[in-house]
Design a protein around this ligand. Structure first.
Ligand SMILES: [Zn+2]
Length: 81
């Protein structure tokens, strides 16, 4: 999970900004509470809610708010058949 914060992020296809956040889905509350993400999650990640689907956007542009990419593309191991 934490590797999402350090791995290379694709630039926004809409505005070419590199100010892109990984969108996290289905985070268990226990995993967030007390972690370093808790104080200001918006600074490092975007929260996508509980819906986890292979075609859900994986990245969010902080400049234009465009969501792009897919979870299946970002994390192929998440959706093995
Ligand atoms: Zn953008």
């Amino acid at each position: 999970m934490m590797d999402l914060l350090t791995r290379p992020r694709p630039p926004c296809p809409a505005c070419a900004s590199t100010d892109v956040l990984p969108i996290l889905y289905g985070l268990p509350k226990a995993g967030v509470k007390g972690s370093m993400l808790a104080p200001s999650p918006d600074d490092e990640v975007a929260l996508g809610g509980c819906r986890v689907a292979p075609d859900a956007p994986a990245w969010k542009c902080r400049a234009c708010r465009h969501g792009f990419g897919t979870l299946a593309e970002r994390s192929p191991g998440l959706f093995t058949e």
